[in-house]
Ligand binder design. Structure first.
Ligand code: TXA
Ligand code: MG
Length: 355
């Protein structure tokens, strides 16, 4: 039950926000929960080395205990605080992509509480690039465990107001650093296996990673590998983990990142579907793409950008807008295939999966 007063502290310019950051860092040090902006989405942070504080993250989000949390550090030189046996390939990737939206799954250091890793032997780590996240990490002088700052299975937050809507009354503090730039979560790559395996597509495309370290396995998890028919294309298997397989990366659960209203994806040529829904007199929200739809009564249209980066930056905010506008159904015109759209299509597919 919500019972806290959630304070929202605005940070307009980091230079003048030293005191605000110091307060947030002190809150982290005493086991409180602080939401903060990263370059991807807002994170809900707690001291990663304090099991009780991390347990509070799970309670605030309603997150299943087996879903591990990403640990954020200020720079790669701090990896030793949370990970062991860091392979050279991880350091190469860190050098190229950190600070930035790449999360590496590594063997965990014994001191990292089990609650962070879902009881597993690995820990996911990243160095965020956002100046507020950086300032908070440096002031707290601790690794910060932070999942996305939203109630479990709901839309991620790209603005402080989204965090407040989802977690208000459940956390102590929100650092409001304005809208996040990237808009989609980080790419998660397991580097404990060779070749490394993509666990979640994100802002850094597989091709960018492959250009640095060579081939990676593009698919989800698990024992499903052994069940793959000879010659099956790994690239077709995004999200096809069978229900019985161990949850190697639980964020890959098929329904995730979803608005509270039903969402369906259509192909660009299937806009008649909207007419059908409208005849059923539903209030419909439409994330259009690549067309300039006419104003139709009962239809709340948001035209999404044609550029993939700009689309990613606006996706969650657009879905939050439709959710708050009280539409009964959200229709999304699927953006094109192609690597630049991989993470966006992944999130849309998960948002439209049956509950
Ligand atoms: O951009 C992001 O990654 C944001 C910001 C706040 O950093 N965080 C984020 O956290 O999206 P979350 O908890 O919403 O998603 C973390 C993903 C989940 O899919 C989780 O299952 C996976 O990372 N993950 C975490 N630890 C893992 C581990 N040890 N092994 C495999 N997957 C892991
Ligand atoms: Mg999340």
């Amino acid at each position: 039950m919500p019972d806290l007063i959630t304070e929202v502290l605005k940070i307009e310019e980091l230079a003048s926000a030293r005191q605000v950051v110091a307060r947030a860092a002190a809150a982290i040090q005493v086991g409180q929960l602080v939401a903060f902006p990263t370059e991807t989405v807002y994170g809900l942070g707690a001291n990663a080395l304090d099991a009780a504080a991390v347990r509070r993250i799970f309670a605030a989000k309603g997150r299943p205990a087996e879903n591990p949390i990403i640990v954020h550090i200020a720079e790669a030189s701090e990896l030793g605080q949370v990970a062991v046996e860091v392979p050279p390939i991880a350091l190469t990737l860190a050098e190229r992509f950190w600070p930035g939206p790449l999360t590496l799954v590594l063997r965990k250091r014994p001191g990292v509480p089990d609650v962070v890793t879902g009881g597993g032997p690995t820990v996911a780590v990243r160095v965020p690039a956002h100046p507020v996240a950086q300032a908070l990490l440096r002031a707290a002088k601790l690794p910060i465990a932070a999942p996305s700052a939203n109630a479990s299975n709901c839309l991620s937050a790209t603005r402080a107001e989204h965090v407040l809507k989802s977690l208000g009354g459940r956390i102590e503090l929100i650092l409001d650093g304005g809208p996040t730039q990237g808009g989609l979560e980080s790419t998660v790559l397991d580097v404990t296996t060779m070749p490394p395996r993509l666990l979640r597509p994100g802002l850094i495309a597989p091709g960018e990673i492959e250009s640095v370290i060579g081939k990676i396995t593009l698919s989800v998890p698990s024992t499903a590998d052994e069940e793959l028919p000879e010659g099956a294309d790994q690239r077709d298997r995004q999200g096809t983990q069978p229900a019985s397989a161990p949850l190697r990366s639980p964020g890959m659960l098929s329904r995730h990142y979803a608005p509270r209203v039903p969402l369906e994806c259509i192909r660009p040529e299937d806009t008649d579907r909207i007419e059908v829904l409208r005849r059923e007199r539903r209030r419909i929200g439409w994330l259009a793409h690549g067309s300039t739809p006419a104003d139709i009564c009962g239809l709340f249209i948001i035209e999404m950008p044609l550029d993939a980066k700009a689309y990613a930056a606006e996706l969650y905010a657009a879905l939050h807008t439709l959710e708050s506008a009280g539409v009964e159904r959200i229709v999304v015109t699927l953006p094109p295939d192609g690597e630049a759209w991989l993470a966006i299509r992944d999130r849309l597919q998960r948002a439209s999966a049956p509950a």
